[in-house]
Ligand binder design. Structure first.
Ligand SMILES: Nc1nc2c(ncn2[C@@H]2O[C@H](COP(=O)(O)OP(=O)(O)OP(=O)(O)O)[C@@H](O)[C@H]2O)c(=O)[nH]1
Ligand SMILES: [Mg+2]
Length: 247
């Protein structure tokens, strides 16, 4: 098969989908339903839910979903309190039994309909990473106001100019990774917060990992509150400058 190397065997591939949640009680059942809809019978997969003690009862809903879909499909790895996204991934990946890991938001901004395309792209190019991109092909952003679009575009643009990573969407987090690659990347990343997603790609380039892109349309969250505030933006710029100075 095209793009295959010795040792690749699609028949044993399994996909572990990490869903970090904080106050996603309305969104979680829908995203799980959609993932099952698009992947059931297509590839072997498991969904790992990492809930950080959401006060809205997300974990209770996750337990109900586990009863419904079974313990081999839905794996629960809750933590007691909100400890942040970066460490949620590290915590979740420890329990992943797949050789591929998919990271996505649980707030319906990332639509599971794009996962089969990401898998196909990965297989065709034998990529180490496939990233969803809002900024090429049919990709796009829906529901953001002008300010939010400007921040996202701006962050991508400045990063392109400073670090030249050769990937069109750096701040997005809808990605497919070879598990071993994701583990190495997480270990080598130093930043916290929004800049983390970008650092992953910048480091991936340093290590010469191959990256494929799939256009996605990103939809702003309908339920729940946005957490992007002024402090996140300042953190992002600081993190970016740090990477610029050190890579
Ligand atoms: N486990 C865990 N999940 C988190 C934490 N912070 C955010 N999340 C989840 O991570 C995903 C992305 O977070 P969001 O708050 O949607 O971040 P965003 O998409 O940049 O911003 P908005 O959608 O505008 O709020 C969502 O599924 C959140 O529920 C955290 O500290 N711990
Ligand atoms: Mg979101």
């Amino acid at each position: 098969m095209k793009g295959k190397t010795a040792g690749d065997d699609e028949t044993t591939d399994k996909y572990s989908i990490l869903l970090p949640t904080y106050n996603e009680v309305e969104n979680l059942p829908i995203i799980v339903w959609l993932i099952v809809k698009y992947l059931d019978g297509v590839v072997p997969f498991e969904i790992i839910i990492i809930d950080d003690g959401s006060p809205d009862g997300t974990q209770q809903v996750a337990e109900k979903l586990q009863n419904l879909y079974g313990e081999d499909r839905i794996i629960l790895r809750p933590r007691e309190r909100k400890l942040g996204l970066g460490t949620a991934y590290i915590h979740g990946i420890k329990h992943a039994t797949g050789n591929y890991v998919i990271i996505m938001d649980a707030d319906l901004s990332h639509h599971p309909q794009f996962i089969p395309k990401m898998i196909e792209t990965q297989r065709q190019g034998s990529y180490d990473i496939v990233t969803g991109t809002r900024y090429s092909g049919d990709g796009g952003v829906h529901g953001w106001d002008f300010k939010r679009k400007l921040i996202s575009r701006g962050a991508n643009f400045i990063t392109q100019v400073l670090l030249r990573p050769g990937v069109s969407d750096l701040t997005g987090s809808f990605r497919l990774y070879k598990k071993s690659i994701l583990q190495k990347l997480i270990e080598s990343c130093v930043s916290k917060g929004y800049v983390f997603q970008m650092e992953m790609i910048v480091r991936a380039r340093q290590f010469n990992y191959t990256i494929g892109e799939v256009p996605i349309s990103f939809v702003d969250r309908v339920y729940g509150e946005s957490k992007l505030g002024g402090s996140e933006i300042i953190q992002f710029v600081k993190g970016l400058l740090y990477l610029f100075a050190t890579t």
